[in-house]
Design a protein around this ligand. Structure first.
Ligand code: HEC
Length: 445
């Protein structure tokens, strides 16, 4: 009796699952739209993925690999635990999309009728943000060798702005994409002395960065630098970054980032030689707000520069926090770690003591530096604390670990570590953000 009931329930649920994808899907009718919406952002020529998924002939040979990649959630790259937060740039596939793909592949990956094909999706050539109002390019190319390690290289590009400018969209585009790990464009307002020895336009490697690398090479502990000197090495406001999977800066209508008159843009360039010598002159494209915005967007962070990860430790825990000194709205979050990074959690602790998990990345992947853009207006009232907790795997069980026998500390190269919980906030553009900027420099221990 019992058995047959179970059998009934089981067959019922199988029928229900099969029923959710009506007939056997075909490429033109069911799969092409899915490829356009979910995959072609990267799977087309000139973008990060190694193969294009723009036509049946291009997709068909990959059918088995696609099945595997979507079932294991390897593709599309998206690492947020769905239980926390809601993000407007969520790339993860719905169950229906997964079922459709699997049914198509299991049904023989049929081409179907060309008449069912959707219009090809249009992509802006070159700039993802559209045609920039202004392009600032490195005046002198950097030579990237075929092999070896290149220290973080900096280039100061004066904006020449004679008035304050509001930037709504910003994008960084390197030439040497395949030998580029990341670009970050920082803002240096007049009066700030960060990298003051660098000549405008001339690629510059600050001595202390090189020093840190030499220490790492000689296998000496990196020497506990004082809080003050580390702070000098860490710049303030961020305009835009380029890294695999990272979207350009795209502020909502009525929101923008402020670039003060006389500011310099300072590019931080991390080149990763890939076997072929090449050169790079990265560019920054800017689109200005058509009118002064009501809200200003600024990048803050919770950061811990005092990491000390023992050799072999498979679950080293680190904390960082930042307190919000005025009412702001959370725009996005971007956790940053290197090869030993395992997981990263953002929690808001409100002035009432109430806690809310904002983002949980249970399986961090260094190859993807993703930003998670808030879907709703999330107010962080004055006094809210952003608490970040990260874990690192410095054991031999971590296949990405370059060396499990070393103690690992903060450093810019991938075999060193970082813990930065970046987050963008927006606030009333008429308020003075001095306090926000100061809190940004509040380093955790
Ligand atoms: C944000 C960019 C991005 C998006 C979106 C994306 N991919 Fe990928 N995909 C990549 C990159 C880069 C690689 C190669 C590196 C890797 O395998 O991680 C890749 C590799 C793959 C592979 C090969 C995996 C393997 O094991 O070798 C498959 C299959 C794949 N993607 C399918 C898809 C499908 C299907 C979608 C859409 C549903 C998709 N991808 C969306 C960037 C992307």
């Amino acid at each position: 009796m019992k058995l047959s009931l179970i059998a009934l329930t089981l067959s019922g649920s199988i029928a229900a699952t099969a029923g959710s994808v009506s007939s056997v899907p075909t490429y033109y009718k069911d799969i092409a739209p899915l490829m356009q919406n979910r995959c072609q952002e990267c799977h087309r020529s000139g973008e990060v993925a190694p193969m294009s998924f723009m036509s049946y002939d291009q997709v068909r040979p990959w059918a088995k690999a696609i099945k595997n990649a979507v079932l294991t959630k390897k593709m599309p790259p998206w690492f947020a635990d769905p239980h926390f937060g809601k993000f407007s740039n969520d790339r993860s596939l719905s169950q229906h999309e997964i079922d459709t793909l699997i049914a198509w592949i299991d049904g023989g990956a049929k081409e179907g009728d060309k008449k069912d094909a959707p219009q090809p999706r249009q992509f802006a050539e070159g700039w993802q943000i559209g045609q920039p109002d202004l392009v600032l390019q490195m005046p002198i190319a950097v030579d990237i060798p075929a092999t070896g390690v290149v220290d973080y290289t900096y280039v100061v590009i004066p904006t020449g702005f004679t008035e304050d400018k509001w930037v709504q969209f910003a994008e960084a585009r390197p030439d040497a994409r395949s030998a580029m790990h990341h670009v970050i464009a920082f803002l240096r307002p007049p009066g700030n002395h960060w990298l003051k020895d660098a000549k405008p336009g001339v690629p510059f490697i600050p001595e202390h960065w090189g020093g840190a690398r030499d220490q790492a090479k000689q296998d000496k502990p990196a020497g506990q630098a004082s809080k003050a000197s580390l702070e000098d090495q860490l710049p303030g406001e961020l305009l835009v970054g380029f890294a695999p999977g990272l979207p350009p800066t795209e502020c909502k209508p009525g929101e923008a980032k402020l670039v003060k008159a006389g500011s310099d843009i300072i590019l931080q360039l991390h080149y990763t030689p890939n076997g072929k010598a090449t050169t790079d002159r990265s560019r920054i494209g800017l689109i200005f707000a058509k009118e002064p915005p009501q809200r200003r967007v600024m990048t803050m962070n919770a950061i811990n520069v005092f990491l000390r990860i023992p050799p072999g430790n498979g679950n080293y825990e680190a904390h960082a926090q930042a307190t919000i000194p005025q009412d702001v709205t959370l725009v996005n979050m971007m956790p940053h770690m290197h090869l030993r990074g395992k997981d990263f959690l953002y929690t808001a602790v409100y002035p009432t003591g109430e806690k809310q998990v904002l983002l949980n990345v249970p399986h961090f992947d260094f190859n993807w530096q993703l930003a998670y853009v808030e879907d709703q207006e999330l107010l962080l009232p004055k006094g809210t604390r952003i608490e970040c907790v990260a874990h690192y795997d410095n054991s031999p069980n971590n296949p990405a670990n370059p060396d499990a026998t070393k103690e690992v500390r903060w450093g810019d190269q991938t075999w060193e570590e970082m813990m930065i919980g970046w987050f963008d906030v927006s606030f009333d553009a008429k308020t003075d953000p001095t306090q926000l900027r100061q809190h940004q420099r509040d380093r955790s221990e």
